[in-house]
Design a protein around this ligand. Structure first.
Ligand SMILES: [Fe+2]
Length: 227
């Protein structure tokens, strides 16, 4: 990168964001397809549409500063998308995969929040008001998308992941094994394990791709209010 001024750096960072958005535009429908929870499917699908508009908005930013719209390989998003692909390959469909997809999705959102926050401030310092407004609008959307994922995780998915699965996800999850494994053992000790016959049985676990997802819930575990 030959950025010798803040303006050069601004353009480089815009190109990075442009490439990252285009990669997310391709990845988000795959995440939606892999998700079991209906609310999560909807969140990924609607954010894919929003991402399409963000690509267009970046093109407007380039135009507003008199630069051509082109991307520059965004290694950060490439890595995040790769990790999500690995999760989709290694974890069976169901609540645990949903939790992993949310973890990946939120990594992408936080990356973008950092990028757009920086870009909007650069635009402000450079006196590029139109660019600042456009970048600020996308920043707000990324924050909202992140919060939506947090809500889905905390109201449904993570708790379902805690009580779903048995042997397979115990060793194949790869997701927060230490903490979740411990919490799962507590849930089992409380008789809430979902191994086919428990009270929470059949809901939201890996074999119920078409289950009500967002609305069906396993019983709440007592004493886990922290999340
Ligand atoms: Fe985005």
């Amino acid at each position: 990168m030959a950025a010798n001024s803040l303006r050069d750096l601004f353009i480089e960072e815009l190109r990075d964001a442009y490439d990252g958005e285009k990669r997310l535009l391709k990845a988000l429908p795959k995440l939606a397809k892999a998700a079991t929870n209906v609310e999560l499917q909807k969140a990924f699908t609607s954010h894919a549409k929003e991402t399409g508009r963000q690509v267009t908005r970046l093109e407007q930013v380039f135009r507003s500063i008199g630069e051509s719209a082109r991307g520059k390989k965004c290694d950060g998003i490439i890595g995040i998308v790769e990790e999500a692909k690995t999760a989709m390959e290694e974890i069976e469909e169901g609540a645990v995969l949903d939790a992993a997809l949310i973890a990946g999705g939120q990594r992408a959102e936080h990356y973008e929040i950092a990028a757009y926050g920086t870009l909007a401030h650069f635009a402000d310092l450079l006196g590029e008001q139109r660019a600042k407004e456009l970048l600020g609008a996308t920043l707000d959307e990324e924050k909202a998308a992140d919060e939506k994922l947090s809500t889905i995780a905390m109201s449904d998915v993570n708790r379902q992941a805690l009580t779903s699965g048995g042997e397979e996800s115990e060793d194949g999850g790869g997701l927060a094994r230490g903490l979740q494994g411990g919490m799962r053992r507590v849930a089992k000790a409380m008789g809430m394990a979902n191994e086919g016959g428990g009270r929470g049985g059949g809901r939201g676990n890996r074999s119920t791709k078409r289950s009500p997802g967002g609305t069906a819930r396993a019983p709440r575990a007592r004493g886990t209010k922290k999340r």
